[in-house]
Design a protein around this ligand. Structure first.
Ligand code: SF4
Length: 305
């Protein structure tokens, strides 16, 4: 019998990979899609933690990552044994973890959040009188502490792509544009960059900001996130001057090496069943990791309905 294959691609993959996919989206959109997918094989053109999340939400499916090397610096910089010790220092706190984390990491978390719902979920916890610790992204956590005057203890890992955006280079790029200009930024970027932004939000949030843009036609819009999303933004608004924010003077280039391991050949092979099969998580690990994810999904359904 022919196997039903569904291919998912993250916005940070290259345009030709996105064109091969049944669904293109950010972490949350792809997780929700994977959960409901009627598929024997889910090819996840993204990175490993995303494929693990898909497997946790749809354990019956054979989830395949095209290239086993597609990890994420937020995962590689987080030793889960050390994280578990750190968590023990705050027994009366709720442990909120960004979805960019391994299954093992999720299993020692109380809540999972994405860049789309992190503000609302943490505000909800504080409104209930809870104390919160946040991992693994210190830039995202630092921005939340700054923005809302929280005092969350933070784990210290960064996205090696977003952490490179640089305030000095950005100032120089701004100075070189005489007219109207904007900056939109992903919260994995450093705080000095986020403080300058006209909008801070998730990949989908930034895409919506661009779609709905109604400012001057000649404005330059700098985008501080991975370069793959510029493709989707350009498709949505070909009339706009969209530029990736610089990481050093004169450079508008910041690409995730892990996302770009999803080559056309690797994705085609994965569609034939080759690649890293996410079959190494025990049922107990998946159950422990699913709980905080389901908490987030349930909150999102209730809160955004
Ligand atoms: S862009 Fe950053 S957070 Fe996203 S997968 Fe790459 S290293 Fe990880």
């Amino acid at each position: 019998m022919t196997k039903r294959v569904v291919t998912l691609a993250h916005y940070y993959t290259s345009p030709e990979i996105q064109q091969m996919a049944d669904k293109v989206g950010d972490s949350l959109e792809l997780s929700l899609y994977a959960k409901e997918a009627q598929a024997d094989i889910i090819v996840f053109a993204g990175v490993r933690f995303m494929a693990e999340t898909a497997k946790i939400l749809n354990p019956q499916a054979d989830v395949v990552l095209p290239d086993a090397g597609s990890t994420c610096s937020l995962v590689t910089q987080t030793d889960v044994a050390a994280l578990t010790q750190w968590r023990k220092r705050y027994p009366d706190h709720v442990h909120v973890s960004y979805i960019n984390s391994s299954a093992e990491h999720k299993a020692v978390s109380d809540w999972i959040v994405t860049s789309r719902n992190v503000d609302d979920i943490i505000a909800h916890l504080y409104a209930e009188g809870k104390k919160v610790i946040f991992s693994p992204d210190r830039n995202m956590g630092g921005y939340l502490n700054y923005q809302y005057d929280y005092d969350m203890p933070l784990w210290s890992a960064v996205c090696e792509v977003h952490d490179k955006f640089n305030e000095t280079a950005l100032n120089e790029a701004f100075d070189a544009v005489p007219g109207e200009k904007y900056l939109i930024a992903h919260p994995e970027s450093p705080l000095p960059v986020l403080k300058k932004a006209d909008y801070v939000g998730s990949t989908s949030g930034m895409l919506n900001w661009v779609k709905n843009y109604q400012g001057g036609a000649k404005a330059v819009i700098f985008v501080a996130t991975e370069d793959g999303i510029l493709y989707n933004m350009g498709l949505a608004r070909p009339d706009l001057d969209l530029r990736q924010a610089p990481i050093y003077a004169g450079c508008q280039c910041n690409s995730c090496p892990f996302m770009k391991m999803n080559t056309v050949e690797a994705v085609k092979r994965a569609q034939q069943g080759e690649g890293l099969h996410i079959d190494y998580l025990s049922p107990e690990q998946m159950d422990a990791a699913r709980l905080p994810i389901e908490r987030m999904l349930e909150f999102s359904q209730r809160y955004y309905a």
